[in-house]
Ligand binder design. Structure first.
Ligand code: ATP
Ligand code: MG
Length: 234
């Protein structure tokens, strides 16, 4: 696709001898909200690690605005405008909420996101800004993790399991924030276990099964049956 922002082409990924992704293709255009679904161990996190540089791949397997980035370092990829909200959040435990957020802004990329805007998106974080990040509830920590990524003013935000293990009321407030996050042309790739939720918030969906794309399509068009087959391979 000529106008793809992110173009993943024949991506293989390995942990030593173990191959976790096989020939994954995914074209992402600016403004897409992509949902990646799939069973435990299907390769969702691995895909995000590869795109963000935590796992090296063949340079040409991942292109960003046409540039081959598969072999770049994590910091190089971050400065191109790709941010990750990692599985498990990985906040800095000894730092306050605000310090964790400020770290996200260190790339000094230009864009709409700053502390003020973030605090209006998640007011609870302003109330708790001087508290160690680990003193927050899981849901509030997830807001910090999302905020840290936004503070880098990315063009693509990748969110891995943003609602896993969180209370329904928190999940609701995180998803209510999503339109403000992806407004103004931000592109997002979201890993979400809740298929109904994944389809509701996304424009397109990809299902991974044992390291391979087993289904892709417009979220509004894919049938439940097709998803079940792609998910479980039955
Ligand atoms: N650090 C690692 N070393 C070796 N194998 C790994 C490592 N991380 C993941 N794997 C393996 O790679 C495969 C894909 O894992 P991955 O974490 O990408 O799956 P996932 O779809 O994110 O699963 P989950 O829903 O459980 O988060 C699995 O078989 C997993 O056991
Ligand atoms: Mg995972």
């Amino acid at each position: 696709m000529a106008d793809a922002l992110l173009d993943i082409n024949g991506l293989d990924a390995f942990y030593h001898d173990f191959q976790a992704l096989y020939g994954v293709d995914m074209q992402v255009s600016q403004g897409d909200v992509i949902a990646v679904i799939g069973a435990n161990g299907a390769g969702k996190t691995t895909l995000m690690r590869a795109v963000t540089g935590f796992l090296k791949s063949r340079a040409e397997a991942i292109r960003w605005k046409g540039q081959a980035i598969g072999a770049l370092r994590v910091d190089q990829i971050a400065s191109l405008g790709i941010a990750l909200v990692p599985e498990g959040r990985l906040l800095f435990p000894s730092l306050s909420v605000e310090e964790n957020l400020i770290i996200g802004g260190q790339l000094k990329r230009k864009g709409p996101w700053n502390l003020k805007r973030l605090y209006s998106l998640f007011p609870i974080l302003e109330e708790r800004r001087n508290v160690p990040a680990t003193a927050l509830s899981g849901g509030q920590q997830q807001m910090v993790a999302i905020g840290r990524a936004l503070m880098s003013n990315p063009e693509l935000i990748m969110m891995d399991e943003i609602s896993l293990g969180l209370a329904p009321v928190i999940i609701k407030s995180i998803y209510e924030a999503l339109p403000s996050i992806v407004g103004e042309g931000m592109t997002a790739i979201i890993v979400e276990q809740d298929i109904t939720k994944a389809l509701a918030v996304s424009t397109r969906v990809f299902c991974l099964q044992e390291g391979r794309i087993s289904l892709s399509g417009n979220s509004a068009d894919v049938s439940r049956d097709a998803i079940s087959r792609a998910y479980f391979g039955v």
